[in-house]
Ligand binder design. Structure first.
Ligand SMILES: [Zn+2]
Ligand SMILES: [Zn+2]
Length: 132
């Protein structure tokens, strides 16, 4: 089991299973929302994510792939905690908010073609053009 928290610590959560899909998402949505070249995705089944403290504010929209995506933020400090896709039955947890961030180890990249020019993508990782 892993634990994590937002920047202000109002939101605390648990992840009950180890992720079999740890990836870096370079899609432009993740870039804008996170202010970074990529999102650090610790993906697990929705039933393996438990909110322990605090509350999340959800922002739902249709992604470029046409699937509804829900981005969930701490309603106090705004840290993005997770991204959900019901269609894909997955919750992508913000790997940088894990209490032990060293548990994150990327195996794949999503949408690496949209990585910024100045950003070095690790081409030894498996590439997916699907959501992260
Ligand atoms: Zn917070
Ligand atoms: Zn993304």
């Amino acid at each position: 089991m892993l634990t994590g928290a937002c920047f202000c610590k109002a939101v605390k959560y648990r992840v009950l299973a180890d992720s079999a899909l740890q990836g870096l998402c370079y899609c432009t949505d993740c870039q804008i929302v996170g202010g970074s070249s990529h999102w650090v995705s610790y993906a697990v089944a929705p039933s393996d994510f438990r909110l322990v403290e605090g509350s999340l504010k959800a922002y739902a929209y249709d992604s470029a792939s046409g699937r509804e995506v829900v981005r969930c933020f701490c309603d106090h400090c705004g840290t993005q905690i997770k991204v959900e896709s019901t269609a894909l039955d997955v919750v992508s947890v913000n790997g940088m908010t894990l209490d032990d961030a060293a548990r994150f180890s990327p195996q794949l990249t999503y949408f690496s073609a949209s990585a910024p020019r100045w950003c070095e993508v690790d081409n030894t990782l498996a590439k997916f053009e699907e959501m992260g």
